[in-house]
Design a binder for this molecule. Structure first.
Ligand code: GDP
Ligand code: MN
Length: 339
């Protein structure tokens, strides 16, 4: 089995903490972290901040995934922090490792080339495993089957503001599929053939493209070229029904069969973003402006004074990434019709 007895590790009772406290109406959702045992300290800090800023009030469960078994120490140090149930799962081998049909000679050549060019993680095979897993497999894990929405959390990130509302309930009530806080440009060298693959897919399956798609966020010339804009997926609040659905399943399978996750270094960020923009569409995408979030070296900090104050934010809006030169936020604003 790929998961621990879910009844074993319980940080909280999942009921009212004090007599009379009413539990909020909640969505079918979980907090989700992929991590290595070696990232324990960073994982602990992320969990603590998430609990302090949001989850202490809402008590959503946590799911931790790893291709190795989590150490007892990892489980012990995380379990004391959480306010709801926590599950630690191992990833099935076939969801993680480079498939046998990938030509390893060619893959190695390409890794060496990217490494030689100084591309970040260019020579790493494990990074590619992670990107492919996050693109097309995490939502198939047995521990996630009972959940619809997830909030992706990485070790060592920061949540800078109180989250005084339930983003999962917001997603559900407003029919949202994908939520983000930071958007930027991808390194072209890591995704050389991704866009032409997407174009081929769309040509074969025009029926999957949303009416109100966000092509103009991804392309400045109506889809001829990818402008490299994508949502930074280390933060994601999203609906797994979308990833599990017919359109995304066809899309991921099409991309995967080209071997691009290994012959190039396709990230789950552009893969998810292109799908959200084209297959889900503009109305289904949510910019969570009130959620202060930092993944080094970038921070999204609410610029609106009322949001910043109400959130008791620890970030400085002056240093927010939103309108930095490398952000795609101005493009998103135009799509949403705010500018
Ligand atoms: P970056 O944000 O692109 O620099 O990549 P990270 O190193 O932060 O990795 C992204 C996420 O995948 C984080 O949650 C990591 O903990 C996780 N991760 C990356 N590589 C591995 C791995 O080999 N095994 C496991 N279990 N998790 C990994
Ligand atoms: Mn990271």
């Amino acid at each position: 089995t790929y998961y621990d007895d879910p009844g074993f590790y319980h940080g909280g009772s999942n009921g009212p903490a004090t007599p009379g406290e009413t539990l909020h109406h909640r969505a079918n959702a979980t907090l989700l972290m992929l991590a290595r045992n070696s990232e324990l300290d960073g994982a602990v800090r992320s969990v603590r901040e998430m609990e302090d800023r949001f989850n202490g009030k809402y008590r959503y469960p946590w799911v931790f995934l790893n291709e190795q078994p989590f150490s007892d120490e990892f489980k012990r140090r995380v379990s004391i922090l959480v306010s709801g149930p926590v599950h630690f799962g191992q990833i099935p081998e076939e969801h993680w490792y480079q498939p046998h049909w990938i030509n390893e000679t060619r893959a190695k050549e390409e890794r060496d080339k990217l490494e030689g060019e100084g591309v970040i993680y260019g020579g790493s095979q494990s990074y590619r495993n992670m990107c492919r897993f996050n693109s097309g497999f995490f939502y198939r894990h047995p521990l996630l089957q009972d959940f619809r929405y997830y909030w992706r959390v990485e070790p060592g990130v920061h949540f800078h503001c109180d989250v005084n509302f339930d983003p999962f309930v917001y997603m559900h009530e407003n029919n949202k599929t994908y939520g983000f806080t930071i958007t930027m440009y991808e390194f072209r060298r890591t995704i050389e053939s991704l866009w032409s693959t997407v174009q081929d897919f769309v040509a074969e399956h025009p029926e999957y493209v949303a009416q109100n798609n966000a092509m103009d966020f991804l392309s400045d010339n109506g889809g001829a070229d990818f402008n490299l804009c994508h949502f930074w997926s280390n933060f994601e609040i999203a609906d797994m029904d979308f990833w599990r659905g017919e359109a995304y399943t066809a899309y991921f399978g099409y991309l995967d069969r080209t071997g691009g996750f290994y012959y190039e270094r396709w990230g789950d960020a552009p893969v998810h973003s292109i799908a959200a923009a084209l297959l889900a569409g503009t109305d289904r995408i949510q910019f969570f402006r009130e959620i202060g979030y930092e993944h080094s070296p970038f921070t999204h900090c609410p610029a609106e004074k009322d949001l910043w104050e109400r959130g008791r934010c620890t970030c400085d809006p002056v240093h927010s990434f939103d309108y930095n030169g490398y952000s795609c936020m101005p493009r998103w604003d135009r799509i949403e019709g705010r500018r």
